[in-house]
Design a protein. Structure first.
Ligand code: GDP
Ligand code: MG
Length: 826
């Protein structure tokens, strides 16, 4: 707990002092040291400051400052004991000082760490290696959009690591920058690990200079050390660490080399045994330094702010015109003179340096970096042609780039379809045999029907597509990890500009092929809100892997010879529609705005098998999870609604007819045929009279013009939960009509006839259905992701509305014109 939470009269043992440089130093000098005992003399709620007794002195601390000291108290001890052993409060003994000391000692060995660094410098790889987590690693910027926490132990210390989104800087321009800054200043990590890409030092150290300004305790991980060595560049990282005031440890986070050393260094820094650790001031040059000093003095004199915030940092940020910091300063009483001073200083600087303040700071930072590098870094003069340059000669070539891109995508679908067909057959075989087994050994009744038709039919119908989805993910993650995805975005940049977007929006769109939900979250990296919104709104048109089962089923059944071409066409249709919608949205909803942006092309890196495997494994788990959850529930529900009520007026008539036929005096062969037909009609009647039949019939009129019967209509309705459910619904609804129950779903669909004896499915209807499934209603999870990101219900509803209308229009056009031509030529 925090020291400020202790009540009058209570005592606590200090676990650690958080917060930054000068403040920490003073607090520690006052005697607030790990393991020392503090007693509260006076802590009235709402009253500031609080009086404490420590080492026989009386000290008063501001509430906010006391909140930065972590303690253990007897009360807290009692509470945890009670929770652990479930003993009544009166039998509890107060812990002895020794016991408390012990707890404080253990708690003091928990180190909170934040990973901060540029995008794509290897933070998540480091995080995964250290904590054993399986977070997504990708070779382009903007993969991590949320903070992830992991735990890891070494040398008796426990590390709580937070993997933060990558940022180039800590200004207040993008959501991630603010997020990272907020995390540092509010969550108070004990140590920041600044991950820098050793092959790109100059740019990576820019962020480091800002962390230095914030005065955080820091260890620098000199990551991608392998690339530095491969290029035969020389870096004296010890000296550079000394110059920066934070120790530097070389690491290769892909293989884990150096990570143990890194955390050893973190312990040294945490325990303040690291000699290189010191707070340095980056020298911004006379003009800027003078301005900083003026504002700092004013800050000290005029207003009363928490000790824990660096005055120098505030002054620099004020001069840079940082809106967040300005807001903060404005919220302090009597801050007017400070802002006036700032304005005065800014004008002086601009007159003197002939550039605006912010640029002056940026230039000074880069000046500092190049100075530090000049002393420590020696670049290999013999410029070798790197593999990346060689590969890019082809892959980002003006003429060849696009065909290559199309080829890779085509290859991906071909693999998804053709390679996936083999394991799919095996799983189908297993599902079929389980069904047959249950059918043979269970006595007839609703439970058997539920098991065979509902659960095995529904879940089994979808689970067979697991291999296809894994292959698709394998390809996507290979493209992401190798760095090709960033090139794809680069190649697409021109087309994206035509949509009023830029290449950066392309990555969330491609990610949408996997799943729309993380893709929509990845849109966060797009700086401009309008572009971001458009990217989010068109993302559901990217055909996610949940739609794949529907395509594989229908394309395999009705276009067996051209299945991958159909698949490719569907994905392409999604993209074309996305382009059109983006243009519409740009024109009517989000007017143009120009945000210049640089797209980074990271060097190609061979993905590790492990990282791809982990990615696929995570996806498989998610898919199976979905099977056990939403798809299982939906299957049971649909079965239930389709099974009941068991009785209708007509069923009596059919039963009578069957009985009559049985007794009739005709050859057995004919008898069986007639009875089969009546049975078939009875089944159709039963399904139509079931609850789901009524629901389906109610919506059928809307979907009839697209060629869909009521069963397809029902499956589209249930597919709103998750699109795989379309398949499981078809599978449940099209069971039991044929005598041979063990027929595969594809055959069942191909042969199904309605009461009038017409085929329910034709290739044209299948095509119309696939298009509809592609476009209509993004699943519930996607809608909630959109609502989350757009921060308004309105946009969720908007997406539902526009996708449904668009789906209807496209399917209508395809079905009706198709029909027209079929009639014309028949
Ligand atoms: P993040 O964006 O900072 O989280 O970076 P990631 O952990 O996602 O890694 C970006 C890319 O760099 C991936 O392709 C990693 O495989 C690769 N990578 C990470 N660390 C190293 C390293 O030390 N050496 C090399 N050569 N590649 C690395
Ligand atoms: Mg990351």
């Amino acid at each position: 707990m925090k020291l400020s939470d202790l009540r009058t009269g209570e005592k606590g043992i200090i676990v650690k002092v958080m917060g930054r440089g000068a403040f920490r130093k003073r607090i520690i000098e006052m005697g607030f040291i790990k393991g020392k005992e503090v007693t509260v003399i006076q802590n009235a709620p709402l009253k500031d400051p609080i009086h404490y007794k420590i080492m026989d002195y009386d000290v008063s601390l501001r509430r906010n400052d006391a909140a930065l000291i972590e303690v253990v108290s007897a009360a807290e001890f009692a509470e945890t004991q009670q929770k652990k052993q479930n003993i009544s409060p009166d039998t509890l003994t107060t812990p002895s000082n020794d016991e408390l000391q012990k707890i404080a000692f253990h708690k003091g060995k928990i180190i909170n760490i934040a990973l901060v660094g540029n995008p794509n410098c290897g933070k998540t790889s480091l995080f995964n290696f250290a904590s054993g987590a399986h977070e997504h690693v990708g070779n382009y910027s903007g993969v991590t959009v949320d903070a992830k926490e992991g735990i890891f132990m070494q040398n008796g210390y426990t590390f709580r690591i937070v993997d933060l989104p990558g940022t180039y800087s800590l200004s207040a321009y993008t959501p991630e920058e603010l997020y990272v800054r907020k995390h540092i200043s509010e969550a108070h990590p004990d140590v920041v690990i600044n991950v820098v890409d050793a092959s790109n030092l100059e740019r990576n150290l820019y962020l480091t200079t800002q962390l230095i300004d914030m005065d955080t305790r820091m260890v620098i991980a000199l990551n991608m050390y392998d690339e530095l060595e491969r290029r035969a560049n020389k870096l004296d990282h010890r000296t550079l660490g000394k110059l920066l005031g934070s120790p530097m440890v070389p690491t290769i986070s892909r293989t884990g080399w150096g990570i143990e050393n890194l955390f050893d260094k973190v312990i040294e820094v945490y325990e303040e045994q690291e000699p290189d650790l010191r707070h340095i001031h980056i020298n911004y040059g006379d003009a800027l330094e003078k301005a900083i000093t003026c504002i700092k003095n004013k800050l000290n004199k005029e207003v009363d702010i928490e000790k824990n915030i660096s005055r120098r940092y505030l002054s620099i940020k004020l001069l840079e015109g940082d809106p967040e910091i300005e807001k903060f300063v404005k919220s302090i009483p009597n801050s007017q003179p400070i802002l006036e001073e700032r304005d005065k200083q800014c004008i002086q600087i601009e007159n003197l340096l002939k550039e605006d303040c912010e640029t002056a700071f940026t230039n000074a930072r880069y000046g500092f970096i190049s100075g530090a590098l000049r002393e420590t870094f020696e670049e290999n003069k013999i410029q070798q042609v790197t593999n990346t340059q060689l590969i890019d000669l082809f892959l980002t070539n003006k003429v060849l780039g696009f065909p290559f891109f199309i080829f890779f995508i085509w290859l991906m679908f071909e693999a998804t379809f053709r390679l996936g067909a083999y394991p799919m057959e095996w799983i189908e075989w297993i599902v079929e045999h389980i069904g047959n087994f249950v059918r043979a050994y269970m006595s007839d009744g609703p439970v058997k029907d539920l098991l065979v038709d509902g659960i095995i039919g529904g879940v089994g119908g979808v689970i067979v597509f697991l291999p296809n989805i894994l292959i698709l993910y394998c390809c996507i993650s290979f493209m992401e990890d190798s760095g090709y995805m960033a090139r794809a975005a680069f190649i697409m940049d021109k087309i994206m500009h035509k949509m009023g977007l830029h290449g950066k929006s392309f990555i969330p769109l491609i990610m949408g092929f996997g799943c729309n939900v993380p893709a929509i979250m990845a849109s966060r990296t797009i700086e401009s809100r309008n572009s971001r919104m458009i990217t989010i709104l068109i993302n559901p048109l990217m055909s996610c892997s949940a739609r794949l089962p529907v395509y594989v089923l229908l394309a395999g059944a009705f276009f067996p010879n051209n299945a991958s071409a159909v698949l490719f066409g569907l994905y392409a249709t999604g993209i074309v529609l996305a382009v059109l919608m983006a243009r519409l949205f740009r024109k009517f909803l989000f007017k143009k705005e120009d945000v210049p942006f640089v797209m980074e092309l990271p060097p190609y890196r061979l993905p590790t098998a492990k990282s791809i495997f982990i990615h696929m494994w995570e996806k498989a788990k998610q898919y199976l999870h979905k099977m056990g959850g939403v798809i299982l529930i939906a299957s049971i529900l649909i079965w239930f609604l389709g099974y009941f009520p068991r009785h209708s007026e007509k069923s009596d008539i059919y039963n009578q007819q069957i009985a009559q036929t049985e007794q009739a005096d005709i050859p057995t062969e004919d008898k069986e045929k007639i009875m089969g037909e009546i049975e078939h009609l009875k089944n159709i009647d039963h399904q139509e009279n079931s609850y789901i039949g009524h629901i389906g019939k109610a919506i059928e009129p809307i979907l009839r013009p697209l060629g869909f019967d009521w069963k397809i209509s029902v499956s589209l309705l249930t597919g709103m939960a998750a699109k795989e459910v379309v398949v499981s619904t078809l599978s449940v609804l099209y069971t039991g009509e044929s005598d041979e129950n063990s027929q595969s779903l594809q055959d069942r669909l191909k042969e199904n006839k309605n009461a009038a004896g017409e085929l329910t499915f034709t290739p044209l209807i299948a095509l119309s259905l696939m298009l509809f499934v592609l476009i209509y209603f993004p699943c519930i999870a996607t809608v909630s992701a959109i609502i989350n990101e757009a921060k308004s219900w309105k946009w969720g509803l908007f997406v539902i509305g526009y996708t449904c209308v668009l789906a209807w229009i496209v399917s209508f056009i395809v079905y009706q014109t198709g029909n027209f031509f079929i009639h014309l030529f028949s």
